[in-house]
Design a protein around this ligand. Structure first.
Ligand code: 5AD
Ligand code: SF4
Length: 468
């Protein structure tokens, strides 16, 4: 079915990690990983950290304390790329201070072979460059580096595979991510992801469930099921709404289940029904619209119209009580006219998002849109981005008015010390609420009543029993 890492390959990984442990015993080696971009990269970094700990490394608090620095890079938008080149450059000095320091660069940007070659040539002090399909080879590459100290460049073409069974070191906290699938088949014309993350491949439901169980046992209260387009999850006929039910029923002690990201073209009635029905599935959906203009949506290869999108929003709102919707929007896609841009603004006003991530279109080498004529001047993109953000600044708070007097449950995440100390936590629909209360409530579900709001946050108080 899926191209999956074999038991033998997994065994080789663990053997190499054991050999590194033996080789470096007593040296007190430490690693530092800097991660850019999305949760997929965060996940890969957690696997890299897991392997390093298995190999005997400890986590360093700063780059200056580390014997191995890894930059896990992103290439979705241009500024991420510029930052990486800048930050890699800074390590030269650290290498002069600590001659045993190793430097590796990996992740999506390194999967773009030409960019990776450029970086490798420009910074001769980079010891290791590897692409997104090389995770399972990381132990053997590290061993080779430690033994021979020769530089390694490893970027291979692959549709990608599903990796199970590698050690993982999760970022501690209250909420965590569990991948349900990897890669993307959609080829939105602006997007580099399908080129650097390979084809869609879904994990086995049993593997997902056992990972969810294990993170709950480690104390996480919230799990986000993660994929570039979770709605096209399919493992042997098990669809995403079915998976959601399976996870929900198999792990009843998990208070909250989230999922991300949903492509509007694949959002099914079954999923909406599952969201409405399953009590511990959060009433929030991240539904990137990208544009409100049908002409631009077509050029983006999104395969829905603005009216399809609005119908989905309506269906969600009429079926899932208190649902909140967030989105991603790109302005300045090639050929976007003032009229197209106005259609995006109009859609934003109509939907009433609870939050939105807005981006100026950034041409990515190798994508279809990068080769399109009529690229929009940077100044125009910036102006449109500012205009759109101003509209959101107005519409997001307006969406909060309905919460005055609202009573609901938040899962307390922590204490905000910016002003008067306040507990903060989210409603099931992702709205953040601040209340006065005792620190001992962190990790607990408490009932709150909303009294006011500021931009996209709500303020309230803990409901006493007699108030109910
Ligand atoms: N330019 C600008 N924004 C982009 N995104 C993806 N590719 C690009 C690009 N080339 C945005 C989309 C996506 C989010 C993760 O990043 O809005 O949903
Ligand atoms: Fe990129 Fe589109 Fe795939 Fe999302 S669905 S990762 S925007 S190609």
């Amino acid at each position: 079915m899926n191209n999956r890492i074999t038991e033998a390959e997994l065994g080789e990984c663990y053997k190499a990690l054991d050999r590194i442990r033996a080789l470096t015993e007593g040296l007190g080696l430490r690693y530092y990983i800097e991660t850019y971009g999305c949760q997929m990269n965060e996940h890969d970094s957690e696997l890299l950290a897991g392997m390093l700990i298995q190999a005997g490394y400890a986590k360093a608090e700063t780059k200056a304390d580390a014997d191995l620095i890894l930059f896990n890079t992103c290439c979705v938008r241009e500024h991420a790329e510029k930052r990486t080149f800048g930050n890699v450059g800074f390590i030269k000095e650290l290498k002069q201070q600590n001659p045993r320091l190793l430097l590796g660069v990996c992740g999506c940007m390194m999967q773009q072979k030409e960019v990776a070659k450029r970086l490798y040539a420009r910074f001769p002090f980079v010891d290791l460059v590897f692409g997104t399909h090389e995770l399972k080879n990381f132990p053997s590459m590290l061993e080779e580096l430690l033994m021979e100290r020769d530089r390694i460049f490893r970027v291979s073409e692959s549709d990608g595979e599903v990796i199970e069974g590698l050690p993982i070191e999760r970022t501690p906290g209250f909420s965590t991510f569990v991948n349900i699938m990897y890669g993307c088949n959609n080829f939105c014309t602006y997007c580099i992801v399908p080129y650097v993350r390979g084809r869609e491949r879904s994990r086995k439901p049993e593997d997902i469930i056992s990972e969810v169980r294990s993170v709950v046992q480690s104390g996480y209260c919230e799990v986000t099921l993660l994929g570039q387009n979770v709605n096209s999850y399919n493992y042997g006929g098990v669809t995403f709404p079915q998976l959601l039910r399976l996870v929900h029923d198999a792990v009843p002690e998990l208070p909250r289940i989230r999922f991300m990201t949903s492509h509007p073209k694949d959002l099914s009635d079954e999923l909406i029904a599952a969201m409405a029905e399953l009590g511990r599935v959060c009433k929030h959906i991240h539904l990137p619209v990208q544009s409100g203009s049908d002409r631009i949506l077509k050029a983006m290869n999104r395969r829905y119209t603005s009216s399809d999108y609005l119908k989905l929003v309506e269906k969600l709102r009429s079926s899932v009580r208190n649902v909140e919707i967030t989105t991603d929007i790109i302005v300045g896609f090639p050929g976007e006219t003032e009229e197209d841009f106005e259609a995006t603004c109009e859609l934003v006003r109509r939907v009433g998002y609870s939050n939105a991530y807005t981006f100026a279109y950034s041409p990515r080498e190798g994508t279809i849109a990068a080769a399109m004529e009529d690229q929009i001047p940077e100044a125009v993109k910036k102006e449109r981005l500012n205009k759109l953000n101003a509209i959101l600044l107005e519409t997001i708070p307006r969406n909060n008015e309905k919460y005055i007097g609202f009573t609901g449950d938040i899962l307390v995440e922590g204490v905000d010390h910016r002003g008067e100390p306040l507990l903060f936590g989210k409603l099931s629909n992702f709205k953040m609420v601040y209340v006065q209360g005792d620190e001992g409530l962190i990790g607990k579900t408490v009932r709150v009543k909303v009294d006011g709001f500021r931009f996209n946050s709500l303020f309230g108080h803990i409901v006493k029993e007699e108030e109910e």
